[in-house]
Design a protein around this ligand. Structure first.
Ligand code: GLU
Length: 476
């Protein structure tokens, strides 16, 4: 049975890198009819918080990455828990004792000063410092300063990484590392091995920043006689300039994306393409399609470049494809967040505003921002009313023509308004630009805005006439 896991440390909000690792674990497990586990690695009691744990679990669930086992918003799922390391302390001690007993680990009393001296000696001899503690072959009675180290054997470790290929480590370069501060305070590289075994994890899929930990974990795993695990190390998400992804290039927490009105289906689609492709240029995948197509073989080996324009274009696609009722629901929510006063508009107008914006916005947080002229009519420079080199008289004539026409229009339907105006332009032998540009600017006060037909449709006849009149007044 394939079993994967995501093992976040709850020391901050759900990071996009963690979300992508979770997604790949989820997809791999589901593609193989396997099980996806969420375990919380909260051994760092100082930095771990409950809010962070909640944010991580809720964030993953919001993305649709529902665990089969592990912690969830509805409690714990599965019977190999608890799934928080802080609640598993009693599980670890027997294995520490086993390693000490077998001689694979030992109590070490080296002081900081002694360690420093050994390091200095290596530097003086221009050698790489690799700790082989003088305590490694002794059995001492520990005191309160003792730590437990793993006795690294001289050997070569290799594994077939499912993404990077064969990876080899020469352990003569690996010092005897600390696996626990004492019998009740085990450290990351040790607990992770115990948990992966007890939770029957078959595949460890994680960021390639963990590659250096893998030989340590393989050594512990072997010493305890546990089953061999498969590894797959994912390329890190990099900023466009290939540096480490940081806030400078876009939000790093999933919550921020959620708050900005990115849709979960767009985000997972985007995250999936950060380091994986099907072998073609296909851009849109539902979660079900990703599960069907996903394979570790097609995960790229080196860094995946984060491109916010790509996320925006994927999100715009999903926004356009949302059900109309959801567009209205989210659109209203974000318009209000952006200061839109619902009480001043009819439901019909609200729907029209949202319909116009849905075609344009990349994320819901952008909604209404460029339409604020609808509720706050801006003051503008008369020169922007001119199309090409129209003079004041030309603009006046143009706006008066529009005004006369508008009085006769009885509908508020965008398409009908458009066809009436365009037809009249043709019949009167006018140019499109000489009529539509001044009309649009008079209505919006802006050089760039939706079409005059859409604006008239939203504002209604009375307000539109009022705005054209205002423009004519400032022309005098
Ligand atoms: N707790 C580790 C982290 O948050 C993950 C460890 C692992 O995947 O083995 O980076």
């Amino acid at each position: 049975m394939i079993k994967t896991r995501i093992a976040p440390s709850p020391t901050g909000n759900l990071h996009i890198g963690t979300a992508r690792t979770a997604l790949f674990n989820y997809l791999y497990a589901k593609n193989q009819q396997g099980i996806f586990v969420i375990r919380i690695e909260d051994t760092d009691t100082v930095r771990s918080t409950q809010e962070s744990e909640r944010d991580i679990i809720e964030g993953l669930e919001w993305l649709g990455l529902i665990p089969d086992e592990g912690v969830s918003t509805s409690g714990e799922l599965g019977n190999l828990g608890p799934y928080r390391q802080s609640q598993r302390t009693s599980f670890y001690q027997p294995y520490l004792e086993q390693l000490i007993e077998s001689g694979d680990a030992y109590w070490c009393n080296l002081t900081e000063l002694e360690l420093e001296t050994l390091k200095q000696e290596a530097i003086d001899k221009q050698e790489q410092f690799v700790l082989r503690s003088p305590y490694r072959d002794q059995k001492i009675i520990p005191n309160e300063n003792s730590v437990i180290r793993f006795k690294v054997p001289d050997t070569t470790i290799f594994f077939e990484d499912k993404i990077k290929g064969r990876i080899e480590f020469d352990t003569s370069l690996l010092g005897d590392f600390v696996i626990a501060k004492n019998l009740t305070y085990p450290l990351y590289n040790f607990v992770v091995v115990i948990d992966d075994e007890l939770m029957q994890i078959s595949h460890i899929i994680r960021g390639d920043d963990h590659i250096a930990n893998t030989p340590k974990q393989i050594l512990i795993n072997q010493a305890l006689g546990f089953s061999r695990k498969q590894f797959a190390h994912l390329p890190l998400i990099l900023a466009p300039d290939k540096s480490k992804m940081s806030k400078r290039f876009g939000a790093t927490s999933i919550k921020e994306y959620k708050d900005q009105g990115y849709l979960p289906e767009a985000l997972i689609n985007f995250l999936c393409l950060l380091g994986w492709n099907e072998g073609n240029d296909r851009e849109y995948y539902s979660l079900g399609e990703m599960i069907e197509k996903f394979s570790l073989k097609r995960v790229q080996k080196s860094g995946a470049i984060f491109n916010i324009q790509k996320l925006d274009s994927i999100n715009a696609h999903y926004i356009k494809n949302l059900s109309h009722s959801r567009q209205i629901e989210l659109g209203t929510e974000y318009l209000v967040k952006n200061g839109f006063d619902l009480s001043r508009w009819t439901q019909e107008q609200l729907i029209k505003i949202i319909n116009v914006e849905i075609q344009r916005i990349k994320k819901f947080a952008d909604i209404g921002i460029e339409l604020s002229f609808l509720w706050e009519y801006p003051s503008y420079d008369v020169t922007i009313l001119a199309y090409k080199n129209m003079n004041k008289d030309d603009i006046k004539a143009s706006l008066e023509w529009s005004l006369r026409l508008l009085y006769t229009i009885e509908t508020v339907e965008t398409d009908t308004i458009e066809s009436i105006i365009k037809q009249s332009i043709q019949e009167d032998n006018k140019q499109m630009g000489e009529i539509l540009w001044p009309l649009r600017v008079a209505l919006s006060g802006k050089e760039k805005s939706p079409s005059p037909f859409e604006i008239i449709s939203i504002l209604g006849k009375e307000q539109s006439i009022d705005r054209i009149q205002k423009a004519l007044n400032i022309l005098i």
